[in-house]
Ligand binder design. Structure first.
Ligand SMILES: [Zn+2]
Length: 127
């Protein structure tokens, strides 16, 4: 029973980290807040925290979902042929597209926790 509570607590903290990350906030920070204080406190903090639009756009530029306009430096969709901010026509998309799909930190972290939990379950059930 205690083990189930611990698993639920950790999974909720991870969910809280994901939710914070989606709002452009520190996933790690909110994960640790949730883990130390309570997932309830963590989720309330995520709800209260405002969306960091600039950070979200930076993340999308990094992952290749968006690009920066060379004229006004605003983040725009990578398929865009004209900038929605300054209205200028953009140069043709570079032929070389960098390999996408590098493993997202949150996914890797989530998998590590899941493996840890499965390990705990197997370890405790084999007594
Ligand atoms: Zn522009």
């Amino acid at each position: 029973m205690l083990l189930l509570l611990i698993i639920f607590w950790i999974l909720s903290a991870i969910g809280c980290g994901f939710a914070a990350h989606e709002k452009g906030r520190s996933g790690y920070g909110f994960f640790w807040i949730s883990l130390c204080f309570s997932p309830i406190v963590g989720f309330i903090a995520v709800i209260i925290a405002s969306r960091d639009v600039q950070k979200i756009e930076e993340q999308r530029v990094k992952t290749g979902l968006m690009k920066k306009c060379p004229f006004c430096a605003e983040a725009i969709k990578k398929e865009a042929i004209t900038c929605r901010y300054c209205g200028k026509e953009l140069p043709a998309v570079e032929a070389i597209t960098k390999p996408q799909e590098k493993i997202h930190w949150a996914v890797a972290f989530f998998l590590a926790i899941v493996i840890l939990i499965i390990g705990i379950i197997i370890f405790t059930s084999n007594k």
